[in-house]
Design a protein around this ligand. Structure first.
Ligand code: TRP
Length: 468
């Protein structure tokens, strides 16, 4: 067998996995979902989803990935052909998430330049600039292509070199910037309303849809449910402690999301803005904070923030592209470069549709939503959660317990204290919990038709997967 590429070092793997997890999901998506779902109660549910379900699934993905030494589809297929479809759902999710993620990555790139050339200082005007920009039919497309091109350049070079280097420098920068912005935000007059929005739960706003949104966000933010961490795990050497690494990645990711919340909401309330304003949140609030600092300082930090955001987005999107590319290499025997070009060409087309659906083609909807929301809701609220559920069933009921234990204890050379707890969660609790949340969510969400469509796609894939 051909020698599989490996991460350069332990730190290299951790940074890459954390780099995959920390991205637009934490800084763009988490705050606006929190805003739309009423704040603190959503955060509490999110945290439970992250530490009970997400962490366990991440451990399972690392384990299955390293055990098989194969990317998502191969990891399932090599153990049982009936389970190939779960890997295939993952590859499909990779395509679909990459059908809108680079659009938002492009916004971050554009905002680097807009920060330098000067955003106006009144929050209202900053909001108008954002609205005008994303609904434009030309400018965002250029930035999206630029963002995707960087992905192609990195992934075409192979796993270890490109991805590791990019994460090592700019992830820490982003982290400290978030802390800096948070301090600034909390010290603005009128910030306490934001803190109570974040930290004193109002349970009356919680519905099935809220819980599903929190679960979906946990999967999205931790890069779970589509085989991404299986693929990264497959490049991992046999000495690392999988459970410990999963705890580190999960904690870091969650810390970044909470920091993003603390950076945004106090300032938002201080400026008298609307928490439920949707996907524009970070692109409006953060520039407003910096504009309030005024002059060169504001410009400097605003630029730095969007550089770091773009890099965080990049270290995530390369992991998504890598899932699709690894599938084409491992299963379709394609050369890496060819696989990268092919996959990214399809993604570019999806992204054009997604971007335009916010502007000129906003009247075109399928099952009640435009292309951007279609790709987003289908993956985040259905494919990832159901993919995670199947992974848990696969690990708990198909995989041999001895195999899991051997892999998690590095063939008995290290201990995993909570192995039995983890195993019970994976085998019994998580599959049931996800099924219940998905069921409640489908009932209370507005896009029921889309949810049913997604479930039908999964059934069809399960039937035809042996051919894939
Ligand atoms: N976790 C990333 C973010 O928060 C996005 C991401 C990367 C992802 N790889 C993934 C989401 C795999 C789901 C599955 O921005």
């Amino acid at each position: 067998m051909q020698q599989r590429e490996n991460w350069g070092s332990r730190l290299g793997f951790l940074l890459a996995a954390a780099g995959s997890a920390v991205g637009l999901g934490n800084i763009w998506r988490f705050p606006y979902l929190t805003g739309e779902n009423g704040g603190s109660a959503f955060i509490v549910i999110y945290l439970v989803c992250v530490f009970v379900i997400g962490l366990s699934i991440m451990i399972a993905e690392f384990t299955v990935g390293r055990r098989s030494g194969l990317a998502a589809v191969g990891a399932y297929k090599s153990y049982s052909r009936n389970w190939t479809f779960v890997g295939v759902i993952g590859v499909l999710s990779g395509f679909l998430i990459m059908g809108f993620y680079p659009v938002v990555g492009g916004w971050a790139l554009a905002y680097i330049v807009k920060s330098i050339t000067g955003l106006t200082s009144a929050p209202d005007a900053i909001g108008d600039v954002f609205g005008g920009f994303i609904t434009n039919s030309f400018e965002p497309l250029l930035w999206m292509i630029a963002f995707l091109a960087v992905n192609v350049a990195i992934v075409a070079k192979g796993i270890a070199g490109g991805i590791e280097k990019a994460s090592k420098v700019l992830m820490p920068v982003l982290f400290f910037l978030l802390i800096f912005i948070g301090i600034r935000s909390v010290s603005l007059p009128g910030a306490d309303a934001g803190l109570s929005f974040l930290f004193s739960p109002d349970w009356s706003v919680v519905t099935g849809a809220t819980v599903l949104a929190a679960l979906g966000q946990a999967f999205f933010s931790l890069s779970l449910g589509m085989g991404c961490m299986i693929t990264y795990g497959s490049y991992l050497n046999k000495k690392q402690n999988l459970a410990k690494d999963a705890v580190i990645v999960t904690s870091l990711d969650t810390l970044c999301a909470i920091l993003a919340g603390i950076a945004i909401f106090p300032a938002l309330f201080a400026f008298g803005m609307e928490p439920a304003q949707g996907p524009g949140l970070v692109f409006v609030v953060v520039p407003s904070i910096f504009a309030a600092m005024g002059g060169g300082v504001g410009v400097f930090f605003s630029t730095l923030f969007f550089v770091a955001l773009a890099v965080a987005a990049l270290t995530s999107s390369v992991s998504l592209l890598e899932v699709v590319v690894a599938y084409l290499i491992d299963e379709k025997k394609m050369a890496r470069k060819k696989a990268v070009y092919l996959a990214s060409a399809v993604m570019a087309v999806l992204c054009v549709m997604a971007s335009l659906s916010l502007g000129v083609t906003s009247h075109i909807t399928v099952l009640g939503v435009g292309a951007f929301d279609f790709f987003d809701i289908l993956t985040d609220k259905i494919f990832l959660a159901i993919g995670g559920m199947f992974l848990a069933i696969f690990a708990g009921w198909v995989y041999k317990k001895e195999d899991l234990k051997a892999e998690l204890t590095n063939e008995g050379t290290i201990k995993m204290a909570l192995f039995e707890v983890w195993y019970a969660l994976i085998k019994y609790v998580i599959p049931v919990a996800i099924a219940v949340i998905a069921f409640m969510g489908v009932k209370s969400i507005a896009q029921t038709g889309l949810m049913i469509f997604g479930l039908a796609v999964i059934v069809v894939l399960a039937i035809f997967s042996k051919k894939l």
